[in-house]
Design a protein around this ligand. Sequence first.
Ligand SMILES: [Zn+2]
Length: 298
Amino acid sequence: MTIYLLVGEPLTLVDTGPATAAAWDGLRQALAARSLRPEDISRVLITHGHHDHFGLARRLSRVGAELLAHPHDRRNLALDRNYPMLWQQLGRAGLPVAERLPLIAGLRLLDRTARPVADASWLADGQELPHERASIRVRHIPGHTPGHVGFELGEEGLIITGDTILDGLTPNAVVDTDPENPGRPFLSLAAYAATLARLEAMRPRLLLPSHGPCISDVAGQVSALREKQARRAAEVRAALSAGPSTVAELVARLFPGVTFFGIFLAFSEVLGHLLELERQGGVQRVSARRVERWALAG
Ligand SMILES: [Zn+2]
């Protein structure tokens, strides 16, 4: 995991690492190597509301840092997960109780690697954050989460992009609710496709991600991601050609052998594709009573 320190006034940290003793010690040591302390950080910019990105934010705010994030990740940052709704949703997806229980337990454990953030300053797309060395421009790049933001540094084509594009990894869109329409699912793949197009059009020189190496071949990575997603969508459609299926059946077919938290990520991936195919008119829900089945449209 990479977090970024923008030296100069105001001293700015982008993301924090999880709320673990090891991450806190690592942060303190990295700052000490520059004769700095956590108390010296004036501002923490949070790319998105996942635990490893904002876990230590509250601790840093308690020693004086202002926290800034996008309001569409407000619920994620507050660790405000609607467990009863998720339980029902997983049940409707055909996941048996014996698999739902460890999955929910895993999410609750994950929630212990962050402290909730309730009082951030909310960022808007296009906003400029003053900094002594270079301007920092906020770019709302939703998809991986609804409120994911990137930070464009100066005029040199550098963008800190969090988990939006990772070299060699496909960022997973986790099941989320639509921040503007709670009760409806966030259409992560449609948002992600628009974000990829936007980043590509910006023609950045270098992306600075949160995991793995920096990315210079942005167009190449974007087209590889598009191909991967098209392949996955084709796999979902092919699986449905045998007849209507629940999400759980599709997960078992496309991701054989996944367990525990892997089930949640696979579930997110399959549901994300189904919602996108539904939006495009390619699939439909054929029963929406206790267990929901999906089928090819027409
Ligand atoms: Zn993430």
